[in-house]
Write a protein that binds this ligand. Structure first.
Ligand code: NAD
Ligand code: TYD
Length: 337
């Protein structure tokens, strides 16, 4: 691999991935395509925008002409697609953009990747495509896709398209399906950064339903190392689950955050449940661990402590993101570029 197109590389996981690649794999050129929605933010790439081997392009993955031109101009040979609308609650109030970005956008990338004959297309998917579990069992790569929310349905559609391009056109692809991530630069609408931000401001912490829905948490850096391993070591056409065996009920996570911040549990407010709320996710990542020898670098306790400390040390970032000030930051960064 010489030149890697990363889409959505100004979002939470994409920015962590771009930082990791630029730090640890300096021989790779990264072309970073991100349209900068509310969730994409150039502050997430602070210190990395001017690297010689990093080209940031503000643009849409649905823009066929732009995508094709980028692949040609930079002679891209691999693609990792992070770009997406990613929040379940937003997909309930406004599903259409999820189809536009997650399905049509992925199709646009696939067509361009096929035409350019890239050597690998890695689709960053999610465990949510498998649907919801009861008390027992785990998702494996052969579990049927059974998505429940507009978000997960759009991601499952994209997964099917990626596999279809492999089958029909011989596109060399991989799909990774990861559990819930946490870590630095996550937009404070998702559970962990939202609860940290609210607790810091002594605002109510809205727990949906009884707080007993279970998610399987993975530190974002460990998701990035897993994607890198799949991209560089996996056989084409393989799907890998990614997860760290850290199942927690939401309430336990919220209480842990409050304890770490020395805030009272009276801040917890039980609110109306999310419609169609998936009960439990649990990932069996043994294929990735045995075939590619991947393992997470931190325990949940280490990762969450590191994450809370990061948000404490980056209150400016949190305030910018929440207030929308990052648009001004973007304009000032990009004057004349
Ligand atoms: P995010 O919402 O933080 O970031 C998404 C990024 O994509 C943003 O920078 C946004 O500007 C960009 N984007 C959106 N629409 C675009 C478009 N049309 N063209 C170009 N860029 C566009 O999301 P995230 O949490 O970093 O998730 C990244 C990927 O990982 C997604 O595909 C998501 O489905 C998947 N995933 C996320 C998690 C998680 O816990 N966050 C877990 C498993 C998989
Ligand atoms: P979220 O971070 O939105 O991720 P996902 O829905 O993709 O798993 O939510 C994680 C869990 O936390 C989920 O069970 C919903 C719950 N939740 C709350 O209880 N309150 C909140 O304010 C949010 C955003 C989520």
């Amino acid at each position: 691999m010489n030149t890697l197109l990363v889409t959505g590389g100004a979002g939470f996981i994409g920015a962590n991935f771009v930082r990791m690649v630029l730090d640890e794999h300096k021989d790779i050129k990264v072309v970073n395509l991100d349209v900068l929605t509310y969730a994409g933010n150039l502050e997430n790439l602070d210190g990395y925008l001017d690297r010689d081997n990093h080209v940031f392009v503000k643009g849409d993955i649905c823009d066929e002409v732009l995508v094709k031109k980028l692949l040609e101009d930079h002679d891209v040979d691999c693609i990792v697609n992070f770009a997406a609308e990613s929040h379940v609650d937003r997909s309930i109030t406004g599903p259409k953009i999820f189809i536009d970005t997650n399905v049509t956008g992925t199709l646009t990338l696939l067509q361009a990747a096929r035409d350019k004959q890239v050597t690998r297309f890695l689709q960053v998917s999610t465990d949510e495509v498998y649907g919801s579990l009861g008390k027992e069992g785990m998702f494996t790569e052969t579990t049927n896709l059974s998505p429940n929310s507009p978000y997960s349905a759009s991601k499952a559609s994209a997964d099917h398209l990626v596999a279809a391009f492999g089958h029909t056109f011989g596109l060399p692809y991989n799909i990774t399906r990861c559990s819930n991530n946490y870590g630095a630069y996550q937009f404070p609408e998702k559970l962990i950064p939202l609860m940290i931000n609210n607790a810091l401001h002594d605002k109510a912490l809205p727990v949906y339903g009884d707080g007993m829905n279970v998610r399987d948490w993975l530190f974002v850096y460990d998701h990035c190392t897993a994607i890198w391993k799949v991209l560089t070591e996996a056989k084409a056409g393989q799907v890998y689950n990614i997860g760290g065996c850290n199942e927690k009920p939401n309430l336990e996570v919220v209480k842990l955050i409050l304890a770490h911040l020395n805030k009272p549990e009276s801040l917890i407010q039980y609110v109306k449940d999310r419609p169609g709320h998936d009960q439990r996710y649990a990932i069996d990542a043994s294929k990735l661990m045995t075939e590619l020898h991947w393992a997470p670098s931190v325990t949940f306790e280490q990762g969450i402590a590191r994450t809370i400390d990061w948000y404490l040390a980056h209150s400016d970032w949190l305030n910018h993101i929440v207030s929308g000030d990052y648009q001004n930051y973007y304009d000032s960064m990009y004057q004349g570029r």
